[in-house]
Design a protein around this ligand. Structure first.
Ligand code: FE2
Ligand code: FE2
Length: 479
């Protein structure tokens, strides 16, 4: 089963050739996908050769191949991680039972919803990043956004495969709708808020891939625990690719931070908060980066849903969606009598309250996400410290700028202090990017296409992709 059939129209390791009905259904979906890709994928770069990674197997040692590809010719495949023999369900009501190879009838609707929500985020981010090629600060970066985009396209394929194979007519309709909704569209928006925001500049892209792709990782990790084995195997392989997306984000911001600090130092600027002076040197000031962190992080926290959630508790009880690294947690994996501390607001203060753990599954996943983010922030702050500056970037309070959950009806400063509405309105532009900030970021964006050269505001990466040298031509612009 895990041998990849690479000769057919849709590369796969799921034995597609033996399932004619499914194969025909996916082959009918294929041209619609290509249409979507050509109209909503990277604008203006469809005919260029791009040095891309393609998944050709699921062996951790050798799953990828690198080479020049025109994006519409990318081999989007259906690849599931190898089946674990005798795998048993690790959590929830069905803990200890053999995993399911078919959808249990009672959970059909819940499971379909989980697949559709995950599936919807994949094409959404491609749509959000559609114009970034025009302002790529180097060929290296241009290639990276295209790499992220084709892989999100493959993740869409992964979810569409599940819908077609396991959910009958409803599944086929959902698969079609995944190509109909559009990020930011008034009438047919994508399902989740963060996926309808704009990604107009490269700092936004690096923040998005740092925070929002990292939410993706957490969701995929939870689905990788699923008792529904095809979903677990699909998401496990998606995680392999996801690592690169977060790498692009983390190192992207780090390169911007490093460049800013080097330029400040070279020009004798002692105070990083002297925004006008720093901007005058053509680099992005650290306070603006902090505002961008505040925005992308808070919008991403909303993706975790309400802290106390019946949906999440139902999905956990049904053994459909587990916790981060479920099997390494030392408890009963059913959460019958345990509690979990959840941050709430009470009498104008933020307090931690013990809630039944089964209701707090989202909150816990959010905590795991925050731990991950703290590590990323530490690498950015190291770049600042290495340059001798005392300034530090930080994550805002989880109560800051929230539209979903416990804190959606209060206002809080980044340090967690609760504010009256009027104070919030007055001060929000201290903490969130305003139009001037966004226009400044856009004013720096310029396309750089000479191999080995980088825009002024960003440092080169420490190493090339797949060991390539610094002046490698990642995208063949001059054909
Ligand atoms: Fe993805
Ligand atoms: Fe991703």
């Amino acid at each position: 089963m895990s041998n990849v059939d690479y000769d057919s129209l849709i590369p796969n390791n799921v034995g597609l050739a033996a399932d004619r009905r499914l194969q025909r259904a996916l082959e009918r979906w294929h041209p619609n996908f290509i249409d979507w890709w050509k109209t909503m994928g990277p604008d203006g770069f469809q005919d260029l050769e791009v040095y891309l990674r393609t998944a050709i197997g699921v062996d951790p040692e050798g799953w990828a191949r690198f080479g020049y590809v025109k994006m519409p010719d990318y081999r989007w495949g259906i690849l599931l991680a190898p089946q674990e023999e005798n795998r048993r369900i690790a959590f929830g009501r069905h803990k200890g039972e053999p995993v399911w190879q078919e959808v249990p009838g009672e959970y059909r609707a819940m499971l379909r919803r989980l697949v559709v929500i995950q599936g919807d985020t994949e094409p959404a981010s491609v749509e959000q990043q559609r114009f970034l090629g025009h302002t790529a600060p180097s060929l290296y970066d241009m290639r990276n956004v295209f790499q992220v985009n084709v892989e999100e396209g493959r993740h869409l394929w992964a979810m569409v495969y599940l819908l077609h194979k396991y959910f009958g007519r409803d599944g086929r309709e959902e698969a079609e709708d995944l190509l109909v909704r559009r990020s930011g569209d008034r009438d047919k928006p994508r399902i989740l808020g963060a996926f309808n925001e704009k990604t107009p500049d490269w700092l936004s892209f690096f923040m998005f891939t740092t925070f929002t792709d990292r939410d993706g990782k957490m969701q995929l990790e939870s689905l990788a625990q699923s008792g529904f084995d095809p979903l677990a195997r699909t998401t496990r392989f998606m995680l392999t690719e996801e690592g690169h997306h977060m790498f692009v984000g983390r190192t992207g911001v780090e390169r911007v931070v490093r460049r800013t600090c080097e330029v400040m130092r070279g020009n004798g600027i002692a105070d990083p908060a002297d925004i006008e002076k720093v901007r005058g040197l053509g680099v992005i000031d650290l306070p603006t980066m902090q505002k961008k962190i505040n925005f992308h992080y808070s919008v991403t926290l909303d993706l975790f849903g309400a802290e106390i959630s019946t949906n999440a508790s139902n999905a956990y009880n049904a053994s459909l969606k587990g916790r981060f690294r479920e099997t390494t947690i030392d408890d009963d994996h059913q959460l019958h009598n345990s509690t979990y501390p959840v941050l709430k607001h009470l009498d104008g203060k933020l307090v931690s309250i013990d809630e039944p753990a089964i209701n707090a599954v989202n909150s816990r996943l959010c905590d795991d996400f925050i731990t991950d983010c703290e590590q990323v922030l530490a690498t950015w702050n190291k770049a600042i410290a290495d340059n001798g500056y005392a300034y530090r970037l930080s994550l805002p309070s989880r109560a800051f700028n929230r539209a979903v959950g416990e804190f959606s009806d209060v206002h809080a400063a980044p340090d967690g202090q609760l504010l009256a509405q009027a104070d919030w309105e007055q001060r929000r532009e201290e903490w969130l990017p305003d139009n001037d900030d966004l226009e400044f970021l856009l004013s720096l964006m310029e396309q750089v296409t000479e191999p080995g050269r980088f825009a002024h505001w960003i440092a080169p990466p420490r190493a090339g992709i797949n060991g390539k040298p610094g002046d490698f031509e990642y995208v063949k612009i001059a054909a």
